[in-house]
Write a protein that binds this ligand. Structure first.
Ligand code: SAM
Length: 367
């Protein structure tokens, strides 16, 4: 394959003019972006719909009955997703996370998991396939997900107090049912489960210690995420962010904890362990300690655009190539070209001014 960089806008045209090369071996190997970051993780949004209306993510006044969610024909099919996943893996992706919206709302999601689970890296290792869910229908689905080949799951839960949780999800969903989902997932073989809590000052920060107390000793890993200015509809202010260092200090005053070494270079969560053996917690300081220099993530939106940053304003249309139809080599070339040109580092240059930029909503791009 030529190393010449084809601007993506031209890739489709080039794709249409190129001879059929589908029998040619796919280009393999790591691609590096302008800041020498490899492509390692792919987040796939399988639906832009969600049954929650978390006030900080899909506020009801924006995502109301008039909101135009994507029509079915615009969604990537499972075959299209799997084909792209394979091409991303050839370029270095080792970990795939299904997300959304609420991924468990996508009809027959188990079938997609069955298609993705057997994929391997060029070195023959299984791809690390996982899924992030609000847990609302996990109790019902956990066994089928495991049978389909899912190995891990992350559950979002922002409070243990039922009143606080119902107020945050804004659809009156009880904590009890998410906890049952976590139990069912563990029983089905998805343990240890990561539980993600987004912390917003004055909204749920009083829940930091109760959440820590609840999950201590459970074997699950609770992770605290700084509230971010994703999308354009959550009214983010820096004052609403509880810095990860404050989370650690609040927990540390209740339960002695020690910092742990990274599991691997560039791990986004900073890890801590309870000194008495009660397990570990993580903090994700995406606002106060940006980790752009280690970001190896690409996001595939529900309708097949690649976004190179959670805070991106534009994506690159792979669905147009898929449906052109372009062959594997052409799509693979486009993926490599897009990644090679990447230079973003939004979180390192974030300010209250950048927070106001028109950005893609997280439910569509994939959280
Ligand atoms: N519906 C699934 C769920 O609830 O996990 C997957 C999609 S959701 C967008 C993924 C994660 O993004 C959730 O843990 C959610 O709390 C988090 N999230 C959404 N908006 C956020 C924000 N503004 N700052 C930090 N995390 C956010």
């Amino acid at each position: 394959m030529t190393d010449r960089i084809i601007p993506l806008a031209d890739a489709r045209v080039t794709a249409l003019r190129m001879p059929d090369v589908s029998s040619v071996e796919l280009p393999q190997g790591q691609v590096l972006d302008q800041r020498n970051r490899p492509l390692r993780d792919l987040r796939i949004s399988v639906t832009d719909r969600c049954n929650f209306r978390c006030t900080y993510c899909m506020p009801k006044d924006v995502f109301d009955k008039d909101y135009k969610f994507l029509p079915h024909a615009q969604l990537l099919t499972f075959e299209e997703i799997t084909r792209l996943a394979r091409l991303f893996i050839a370029h270095g992706v080792e970990k795939i996370r299904l997300t959304g919206g609420e991924p468990l709302l996508r009809k027959d999601i188990e079938r997609l998991i069955e298609m993705l689970a057997p994929l391997q890296t060029p070195a023959g290792r299984p791809v690390d396939l996982t899924l992030t869910t609000n847990g609302s229908i996990l109790a019902r689905k956990a066994r089928a997900l495991v049978q389909a080949g899912l190995k891990r799951v992350t559950v979002s839960l922002d409070a243990l107090d039922d009143t606080v949780f119902r107020r945050m999800n804004d659809v009156d969903f009880p904590v009890r049912d998410v906890l049952s989902g976590i139990d069912a997932a563990a029983a089905a073989g998805l343990a240890p489960i990561k539980v993600n809590m987004v912390v917003q000052r004055g909204v749920n920060d009083e829940q930091i210690v109760p959440m820590a107390r609840h999950f201590r000793g459970s074997g699950h890993i609770l992770r605290f995420i700084e509230f971010m200015d994703v999308g354009s509809s959550n009214g983010w202010r820096l004052d609403d962010v509880v810095p990860a260092a404050e989370v650690v200090s609040r927990i540390g005053t209740e339960f002695p904890i020690d910092a742990l070494a990274e599991n691997y270079p560039g791990e986004v969560a900073e890890r801590w362990r309870y000194r008495d053996g009660g397990g570990e917690i993580g903090v994700i300081a995406s606002v106060t300690q940006a980790f752009c220099r280690n970001c190896t993530r690409a996001r595939l939106s529900t309708d097949g655009k690649i976004y190179l940053c959670l805070f991106a304003q534009h994506g690159y249309d792979l669905r147009a190539l898929l449906r052109a139809p372009a062959d594997d080599l052409q799509i693979s070339t486009a993926i490599a070209n897009v990644w090679r040109r990447r230079a973003d580092r939004y979180s390192e240059v974030r300010s209250e001014a950048t927070a106001g930029l028109k950005k893609i909503e997280m439910s569509y791009i994939g959280g």
